[in-house]
Design a protein around this ligand. Sequence first.
Ligand SMILES: [Zn+2]
Length: 294
Amino acid sequence: MYDGLPTPGRNDECWCGSGKKYKKCHLSFDERLEALYEAGEEVPPRDLLKTAEDIAGVKHSAEVNIGVLDYVAERIGPGVTTEQIDQWVHDYTVEHDAIPAPLNYEGFPKSVCTSVNEVVCHGIPSSDEVLKEGDIVNVDCSTIRDGYFSDSSRMFCIGEVSPEAADLVRVTKEAVEEGLKAVKPWGHLGDVGAVVNEYAKAHGYSVVREFGGHGIGLEFHEDPFVSFVTEPGTGPIMVPGLMFTIEPMINAGAQEIDMSDPNGWTVRTEDRSLTAQWEVQLVITEDGYELLSW
Ligand SMILES: [Zn+2]
């Protein structure tokens, strides 16, 4: 097969864990993948495709991932420090038999990313950073439970924010919703990014190129990279079982970013314009997709 992975005999057990014979399970599915590959399409290797057991594990993880963001939503406001948010995320996660995935990930020092105003992503929580009326902040939570990864982020408006900030936060959420409409089994992943990019540009915004979504499930970051500056009809095929995030970073100003922060993590807009991001996690199904975390 195209992916170099072992393929069962016709009467052997299918690779997907269903317990059925291969010929009655994924044989014709695999033939479709092989044909797409022969036709020159980018086809994800089958070891990226999630089994029913994997999906159940991720949903169990996502219960905590969603729960922790709900917990933050009830408490965030003016006067809260981003350190306090980190403490909430850490404590809630471990109290629910899970692990905050960012903690010590490639040296990241905290349990969550908190990205305020012009911070595009990977803001590090700090007791010196006090949220004030008018701020917009992205809280990006990633959770490991029983070895399964879930990942989602939301924007929070602190008190009354400017109409410009409120519009950016709303349009960025809408861009994710528009992107979801382009998620179709056997379609091209580039269709999703194209829709997101068009939607952002139609509102006078720009989309960050260097960061995007990613495959996820058994690892924090799996293939494919999910860009939001793509052309329609390009990129990997959205094969049923493929699990990934949609998480565009949308800038009110220019798309260029500044990665010069000495902490090695925090990314800002180069022009210091406001930026926003929402993130959802989904899996492609036979007839559409299932949202797993948000
Ligand atoms: Zn199967």
